[in-house]
Design a protein around this ligand. Structure first.
Ligand code: GAL
Length: 628
């Protein structure tokens, strides 16, 4: 498969006579893809029904004629101001019930039917006009669903739609009351139109109500996206893509991805480290200009699953961003390393965001490949280097990993609905599991809870709301828990209590959550943090706490873990399991990571200094590609 580089471009931001120069420079830089249009609605339709598509036609022509492949983004993430005049009630509402204002983006409510129709209309107009254009070789729906906390809306439209969803899902209020346990505190309903959204309650709302609302909110995103894909498919054979955002877990990406051909995500390693990762100040200082060594890879592996094997990086950080609390510049070499890491994990394309830094508006402090004055920014040369290297690299393929990590969105919502301990976050648990495995040099696949497990030798299933049925017949080595299988789909405690795996006599019957200062010491010198469960049953105790309680129980290769392991403890535990599963491990020095493809091993040095390992010298922010 051909791997390629590209860039995000906003022709509407620049004078038309600049487009030809930009296009020529893009080609010169070795770029082949260019994404345009996703925020341009106010220029495509300045007033309702007054369409101005000619400029986009000309922009596509200029870019295409220069040799670039064009991706059009539907402009539905930025409804123009007149849309609000037309649909004053289209705004999403925050948890306090306040409308989210006009003046940035993503202000729409997914449940607003009038706005959904407007999105269908503009999508149809663009699809009819450009669907058969030979330069337009991919489409992007909307932009970053859920970014800026926009999946969940507490609007009037959402309330009505949720009531309908409840009626369809439960068929009767009796069934809903039973499912949610509404007898508790006399919360029973006798009509669906009595059901409000789970905000502004006096104390905590019923977690079953919250989880149902979160499932509904996710379904609304799926419906919104499908409204566009249904139309696009009538007019184009080009692949349909969405660009997901890092650590956004508010909707089911697998479900949205099922209607698309390719998954993509937006990778801002330095922004993420500063903005959305739990890490010590030392870790944040060490990786300040490189980003976390596992964050990008985690998402690469996740989106390979969401895209059923086909995925891209639609936006790649090129220099300082504008939106994190602190926005340092990448170490020289990182714009190259990030792109290569994506390719090593199987990306078909990596597009830098953006071509030229805008001298105006919200993102004027966000770097591009060009400076605001159109001079090259440092990442331009790195992009050129990657393009040359790509051209020289033989086909490397994407190897199937032997280790799988099951990641599930409903579990994210469940533990947000009822964290039980302030530090219990599903993404964090999955990510720390992933990190521990990668510190052992493992290449992983991230998979959905209904995925086939039979090709994996080691399966990791931390924190899943329900125990995946596939575990029952799985014959390899697995690590399940903590918390996996501790609830029903309706957020009740299952009876008998979980994890409920036939033939595995192990139950978690008691739970405690812990502040960051508390540790549960283990007999082998390790420790659990945040969370500890009391396990009972006749399964073998494979590891105990210092005070003699079961920490891991096992039977036939299945292991259940009672707590959240501290980072080094997690590595030790996974090392044993990988040995059981006969998977080769390589304990890596801090900051060094590897990824195997079918034919090559890629080494990435995220550390701020040179690493010498196994006779190899890998400079800071550099990579090494070795044939296997
Ligand atoms: C992404 C978004 C882009 C741009 C970028 C800045 O989240 O899709 O439109 O805002 O961030 O880093």
């Amino acid at each position: 498969m051909k791997r390629a580089l590209g860039v995000c471009y906003y022709p509407e931001h620049w004078p038309e006579d600049r487009w030809t120069i930009d296009a020529a420079q893009m080609v010169e830089a070795g770029l082949t893809w260019v994404r345009i249009g996703e925020f341009a609605w106010s220029r495509l339709e300045p007033t309702p029904g007054d369409l101005h598509l000619d400029w986009l036609d000309r922009a596509i022509d200029v870019l295409g004629a220069a040799g670039l492949q064009v991706i059009i983004g539907t402009p539905t993430a930025t409804p123009p101001r007149w849309m609000l005049d037309k649909h004053p009630d289209m705004l999403a509402h925050d948890e306090q019930g306040r409308p989210r204002g006009f003046g940035s983006r993503r202000h729409y409510c997914f449940s607003h039917v009038g706005y959904l129709d407007e999105c269908r209309r503009i999508t149809r107009i663009l699809a009819e006009r450009f669907g058969a254009n030979p330069y337009v070789t991919a489409w992007q729906t909307d932009n970053e669903y859920g970014c800026h906390e926009t999946t969940v809306s507490y609007s009037h439209a959402a309330t009505r739609a949720f009531q309908d969803w409840c009626a369809q899902t439960y068929q009767s209020t009796d069934a809903l009351n039973r499912a949610w346990g509404n007898i508790f505190w006399s919360m029973e309903y006798d009509r669906f139109d009595q059901i409000a959204l789970p905000n502004l309650t006096v104390t905590e709302p019923n977690p079953a109500h919250v989880l149902a609302f979160r499932r509904f909110s996710s379904d609304q995103v799926v419906r919104f996206n499908r409204a566009q894909t249904d139309i696009l498919r009538q007019h184009t054979d080009a692949p349909l893509i969405h660009n997901y955002m890092g650590r956004v877990t508010d909707f089911d990406h697998y479900a949205v991805g099922a209607d698309l051909d390719i998954a993509s995500w937006d990778s801002y390693p330095i922004g993420f480290l500063s903005d959305r990762l739990e890490a010590t100040p030392e870790h944040k200082a060490r990786y300040l200009r490189q980003g976390d060594p596992d964050m990008q890879a985690f998402h690469h592996d996740l989106y390979r699953a969401v895209g059923r094997g086909r995925w891209w990086v639609m936006e790649q950080q090129p220099g300082p961003v504008n939106w994190a609390p602190y926005n340092p510049a990448p170490l020289p070499g990182m714009a190259r390393l990030w792109a290569w890491e994506a390719f090593a994990h199987g990306a078909e394309a990596v597009l830098y965001f953006r071509w030229r830094q805008a001298p105006f508006a919200q993102e004027q402090m966000h770097a591009g490949l060009l400076r605001p004055d159109a001079q090259p920014a440092p990442a331009l040369a790195e992009a050129r280097q990657v393009a040359d290297e790509l051209a020289a690299l033989p086909e490397v393929g994407t190897a199937r990993a032997r280790t799988a990590l099951i990641f599930d969105y409903a579990s994210c919502w469940a533990w947000e609905a009822q964290p039980q301990g302030a530090d219990f976050n599903m993404f964090r648990l999955a990510f720390e599991t992933y990190r521990a495995a990668r510190r052992l040099g493992l290449s992983l696949d991230i998979i959905a809870p209904d995925a086939d497990l039979s090709d994996y030798d080691l399966v990791l299933a931390p924190g899943l709301l329900e125990t995946p049925e596939t575990i029952e017949n799985y014959t390899g080595t697995a690590l399940i828990g903590p918390r996996t299988g501790s609830k029903t789909a309706e957020m009740n405690i299952p009876l008998p209590m979980g994890p409920n795996i036939p033939g595995f006599d192990c139950k978690a019957v008691r739970v405690e959550s812990l502040p960051p200062t508390a540790r549960i010491e283990l007999e082998n010198g390790g420790a659990f943090l945040h969370w500890f469960e009391g396990l009972v049953g006749n399964a073998e105790v494979a590891l105990k706490t210092k005070s003699g309680a079961p920490a891991i129980m096992r039977a036939n290769g299945l292991h259940y873990i009672a707590g959240w392991p501290e980072a080094d403890t997690y590595v030790d535990i996974l090392e044993k399991l990988a040995q059981d599963a006969k998977i080769e491990i390589t304990r890596l020095p801090d900051g060094l990571r590897l990824r195997d493809t079918e034919t090559h091993r890629f080494w990435f040095n995220y550390a701020p200094d040179t690493i010498i390992f196994q006779g190899k010298t890998i400079k800071a922010a550099a990579l090494l590609i070795e044939p296997l």
